[in-house]
Design a protein around this ligand. Structure first.
Ligand code: G3I
Length: 458
């Protein structure tokens, strides 16, 4: 799928230009404040350029109000740090347990966040029964796991880390040896195909660490995987660069080249587990450079840090995050926020001086073609139900859609769509659909479920 980044920055840039012009025309004295006020949270600042800013969340910390206050205030994208992994979701073969994953998903969605899914297939954190499997039985079990978990979260996930860490470290660029790899070299593409079938609306990512330095063999190996998948039509939408930086794996000066090179293959680039060991100015400068690099690449669509406070980090000794153990904003927080507020590229073809209302075909929020919408009832209970609407582009690509909820639908909660009155519009990342392509949004409805079937889409 080809999802473009959202337009807010472009609108803001146009508004800024218009206001500057108005100031000149009025003969006013330019003040040091810019027309576009700086945002004071990471999530808002990132949204100015159509991007998200996320964090990993650990379920056992959701009872800590300092933690949830910061997480809710600052971040717009949530990844479950451990709760959607294989050992958590399928502790016994064929017996799925989504309670821990759902706790994170519900917290995120109830607070208006988007969700990254982490992770469907990985050599690590496998449940014991899977660790002991090999060959065709393991392949089948892995595919069933992908299908069941992606189906459970269908309609709620912005992006899935379908496969995690499949390449070896070092200079060979080889696949990592694992029980999954030994089922056959095609295990990765099999996992991606199963994920696409189970949740067609989610972006599908390959995620790894030490693929940040363009000259490293592991980076080239991941690049070649994505290129091969794109060439052969294996479904892949994004590359996740974990970006755990420390002295052994430092931020590389060619990071922007890496981001741009992956983007040039036609996938989104997501920084998925960012943490930077260190302190003070050095750490702040590195965070700033990471943000600047992402903002310079139009398909670098968001950044997630791997935890909230230093004390929440898997590498807490390295104090690698943006808040200290007392929840105070660090120097790195301010450099990150400043870099986000400085803005960046959304789409290189955009002309920031242009009024976006003048040319509807250039603005992603204006529908450019027909679509259809189909409602299905996923689940219902006394007094409520869960609905899912599949939105499909017609014979030409569309760059935005809106669906009218008719038949007395009353919505109490919605995800992957924005509700205004009875109209649901695309969110920033699911408005662009090629001819015949689909996405979906979900909602919780009040009362009795309506009949499934077609809804108006335009
Ligand atoms: O919750 C149990 C606790 O009950 C028990 O007493 C304790 C004893 O060891 O373990 C606790 O579970 C730990 C869990 O983190 C929660 O803190 C596990 O042992 C520990 O292995 C697990 O570590 C996680 C690690 O993945 C496992 O591979 C980290 O939290 C998590 O941050 C880390 O995340 C990975 C990404 O998934 C992939 N990329 C690298 C990244 C960092 O390693």
């Amino acid at each position: 799928m080809n999802h473009r980044t959202a337009p807010p920055r472009r609108r803001a840039a146009w508004a800024a230009g218009a206001l500057a012009l108005a100031t000149v025309l009025a003969g006013g004295i330019a003040m040091s404040t810019s027309a576009q006020a700086a945002s004071d949270t990471l999530g808002e600042a990132a949204a100015e350029s159509g991007r998200y800013f996320g964090t990993a969340i650990a379920g056992q910390r959701l009872s800590d109000s300092q933690y949830t206050t910061i997480a809710n205030r600052e971040f717009t994208m949530i990844t479950a740090e451990n709760e959607m992994k294989l050992d958590a979701t399928e502790p016994n073969q064929g017996q799925f347990n989504f309670s821990r994953g759902d706790q994170i998903a519900n917290w995120a969605l109830q607070n208006g966040k988007q969700l990254r899914g982490h992770t469907l297939a990985w050599h690590s954190q496998q449940p014991g029964w899977m660790q002991n499997m090999e060959g065709p039985a393991l392949r089948q079990a892995m595919l069933n796991h992908v299908t069941q978990v992606a189906t459970h979260y269908r309609g709620k996930i912005h992006s899935w880390d379908v496969v995690n860490e499949a390449f070896a470290d070092g200079g060979t660029g080889a696949r990592r040896d694992s029980n999954l790899q030994r089922t056959g070299n095609d295990w990765i593409e099999a996992a991606f195909r199963a994920a696409r079938a189970a949740d067609p609306g989610a972006k599908l990512c390959y995620n790894d660490y030490n693929i940040d330095n363009w000259s490293w063999a592991k980076t080239q190996a991941a690049y070649n995987l994505v290129r091969d998948f794109k060439q052969r039509g294996v479904p892949i939408d994004c590359i996740g660069l974990q970006s755990h930086f420390n002295s052994g794996s430092p931020y590389p000066n060619n990071y922007r080249t890496t981001l741009q090179s992956f983007a040039d293959l036609g996938v989104d680039v997501q920084i998925t587990e960012l943490d930077i060991e260190g302190s003070g100015q050095q750490q702040a400068d590195t965070y700033r450079r990471v943000v600047e690099d992402c903002l310079a690449v139009s398909r670098c669509t968001g950044i997630t840090v791997w935890g909230v406070r230093d004390s929440d980090s898997w590498r807490s000794q390295g104090t690698p995050l943006l808040f200290d153990g007392n929840g105070n904003k660090k120097q790195a927080y301010y450099s990150t926020l400043d870099a986000l507020n400085a803005g960046g590229t959304t789409d290189p073809t955009d002309d920031p001086t242009e009024d976006p209302t003048e040319d509807p075909t250039e603005d992603p929020t204006f529908p450019a073609g027909d679509c259809s919408a189909d409602l299905r009832i996923v689940n219902s209970w006394q007094g409520g139900y869960q609905g899912e609407v599949a939105v499909t582009a017609g014979s030409s690509a569309i760059s935005g859609w809106s669906v009218t909820l008719s038949g007395g639908i009353s919505v109490s909660q919605i995800w992957n769509g924005t509700l205004s009155g009875s109209t649901v519009s695309n969110v920033s990342w699911n408005g662009n659909l090629g001819a015949g392509q689909s996405t979906s949004f979900g909602f919780i409805g009040n009362g009795s479920p309506p009949s499934a079937g077609s809804l108006a889409c335009g």
